[in-house]
Design a protein around this ligand. Structure first.
Ligand code: AGP
Length: 612
């Protein structure tokens, strides 16, 4: 939930660290800091607040040097404060540490060190690493690298660590376990970062660091060691994203830019996955053919948050079209419920970041019990992508806004493709039906565009409904899943209390909450369920609710009950969720903006949840 960066080279580390941190701010943004070596000592500048606050602090107390580490924090242990901000020093300020992750046994270590006379200045778990290093290096007289190995023997939990020591101004040490870390390979300079965008301005050549690896970076070399201190030969991974992909490119917010990128994202996913002869789909090199699928009697789709809703769409589709039972599960629950898994289970995990701690743990659990794992992942080279048996990349490019938009849309496309693949392999979707579906899918990019041109209409809805205190999202079937995603988006960035309900459930309790002017957003794109949901809307209308409906073009009946209607273009029922979600994204965006919220960095959240 934090971002770490590091630099060693011939240039001043400070601008490199600040630029890297600003690209990682999506990972956490309640405090930030850097530590830079210069002339025999390490200077730290850190503050509660954002990278801009750190920049301002540096203006009044500038530091510089060719070696440094930096951090942007999402508080776990201790409130956001100057003291708890990283980097953290050891006792004599010779060693500085930045950390992303959680040291689970830090209290034991802290107690042990306090008994030895160590004084802790922060409430963080990370400070125990700095003092433990101090103990092995200063007190036990170990070499600094041996001290690092000793520390990682002792600490439990997840960590990407950046470490510098003023006795070794020619090296930066980094360690990874269960928290993302990449190394950027420059010419006469090298970098570490929690994510690629932080280093893309400087290099596209990277090493993807694996768990339990320790990296020693010098100006002209990078050495990667395994847990036995043996050198690991890493392959250079070249990043082929545009640098602009991680820039706002003239949009007011990353979220808006990412919403507008969706036609391109859908097109990219489809054009790469339809077979040239038009008879089916090709899912990269995924080895899930007829033989493997016939061996499977249960599918789990596991994920968190928005990715979970994409997975839920997959469940509806695979069950309805491919006729295999699918359990769609929230990863944080799944991992602790002793699920029924064996070698006849297919585990599908869905994740934008590929680093979400619960999703990763659910995946590892399934794997350890013999399941075959398919990762549907956006971040290339991420932990899930590397550990899954098969990977289907969602090709959305970097998603920076905390609220997921284009990644969700790409995940939904992946669910369409996976459903088609499974159904075709099992012989339950004939070529004619596939061709019809393909033709409808190929229209999606222009249909998404068509919706985006109607953004001003959604902005008008915002003005009308912005003062709503409680919002209900209701729908049936796939519309219910879309409702859940819409409600999450509104909570996340507009901070409005909203509840998604299966429309048929309202009368079993929640309808008691409907009062004069409660906003109910009715998603009614599934034509076979249209009348049923409309009846539920009539019921809430009778109790004073205002209704904003999202319906399929042509279903004008909805106008008799709804105060306002947003029509999505006509499409295949299976594709409607992708389209129906776009106005919901825009609605949440405009409401958040209208309320003066920080759209890209909503309060209390971070983009990548790498802790439990
Ligand atoms: C989406 O808007 C949220 N920020 C969040 O629910 C997110 O989808 C979830 O944390 C899962 O992240 P992942 O896709 O990176 O695994």
């Amino acid at each position: 939930m934090c971002g770490v960066v590091g630099y060693i080279g011939k240039n001043n580390a400070v601008p490199v660290l600040l630029s890297g941190l600003s690209k990682l701010e999506y990972r956490g943004y309640d405090s930030a800091g850097i530590a830079v070596y210069n002339n025999g000592e390490i200077n730290i500048c850190k503050t509660r607040g954002r990278i801009d606050d750190l920049r301002n602090k540096l203006l009044s107390a500038p530091i510089s040097g060719n070696l440094g580490i930096g951090h942007t924090r999402w508080a776990t242990h201790g409130v956001p404060s100057d003291e708890n901000a990283h980097p953290h020093f050891n006792q004599d300020s010779k060693i500085a540490v930045v950390h992303n992750g959680i040291i689970e046994n830090y209290l034991v270590i802290k107690e042990e060190l306090e008994a030895k006379g160590y004084k802790f200045l922060s409430e963080t778990d990370t400070e125990s690493v700095a003092h433990l290093l101090d103990f092995y290096y200063e007190k036990e007289g170990m070499d600094i690298l041996d001290a690092v190995f000793k520390v990682i023997e002792r600490i439990e939990g997840s960590y990407a660590l950046g470490i510098i020591c003023s006795d070794f101004p020619d090296q930066l040490i980094a360690v990874r376990k269960d928290s993302p870390l990449v190394v950027g390979l420059g010419k006469g300079e090298n970098f570490i970062a929690s994510d690629m965008p932080a280093i893309l301005n400087y290099t596209r050549d990277t090493y993807l660091i694996d768990d339990n690896e320790v990296v020693v970076l010098k100006t002209d070399s990078v050495t990667v060691l395994d847990s036995n201190k043996n050198e690991v030969k890493k392959e250079v991974f070249r990043v082929d994203w545009d640098v602009e992909a991680a820039e706002k490119s003239g949009y007011d917010h990353f979220m808006l830019k990412e919403i507008y990128e969706q036609p391109k994202v859908v097109k990219e996913n489809l054009s790469r996955r339809f077979k040239e002869d038009g008879t089916g789909v090709q899912l990269d090199s995924i080895a899930l053919g007829k033989k493997e699928l016939e061996n499977i009697n249960r599918i789990y789709i596991c994920a968190c948050g928005t990715a979970y809703y994409a997975g839920l769409i997959g469940k509806y589709l695979i069950e309805r079209i491919a006729r295999i039972p699918v359990n769609s599960e929230v990863a944080s629950e799944f991992r602790y419920k002793d699920p029924l898994i064996d070698e006849h289970t297919l585990m599908v995990v869905v994740s934008q970041s590929g680093e979400t701690a619960d999703t990763l743990a659910a995946m590892r659990l399934a794997k350890s019990k013999g399941a075959r794992v398919l990762g549907i992942v956006n971040a290339i080279g991420s932990s899930i992508a590397r550990e899954a048996d098969d990977v289907l990349y969602t090709l959305a490019g970097p998603e920076i806004a905390v609220a997921s938009t284009k990644a969700f849309t790409a995940q939904v496309v992946a669910m369409y493709l996976l459903t088609i693949h499974i159904a075709q392999e099992l012989g339950v979707l004939d070529t004619e039906k596939f061709k019809e579906l393909k033709s409808d899918m190929e229209k999606l990019p222009s249909l998404v565009n068509e919706i985006l041109t109607k953004a001003p209409r959604i902005k008008r809805f915002m003005h009308k409904y912005i003062n709503s205190k409680n919002v209900f999202y209701i729908g049936r079937g796939l519309d219910y899943v879309v409702s859940q995603e819409g409600s999450l988006k509104l909570k996340e960035i507009a901070y409005l209390h909203s509840e998604p309900y299966a429309a048929g459930e309202l009368k079993h309790g929640p309808i008691a909450l409907i009062e004069e002017s409660t906003l109910v957003i009715g998603v009614v794109t599934q034509e076979e369920l249209f009348e049923k949901t409309v009846s539920n809307l009539v019921e809430v209308k009778a109790r004073g609710a205002r209704i904003l409906a999202i319906a399929m073009e042509g279903n004008k009946e909805i106008e008799k009950v709804a105060d306002d209607v947003f029509y999505i273009p006509r499409t295949h029922w299976m594709l409607a969720p992708l389209l129906a979600n776009i106005p919901q994204q825009l609605f949440a965006y405009y409401v958040a903006l209208g309320l003066g919220n920080d759209v890209d960095k909503p309060r209390n959240l971070a983009k990548s949840v790498t802790v439990e």
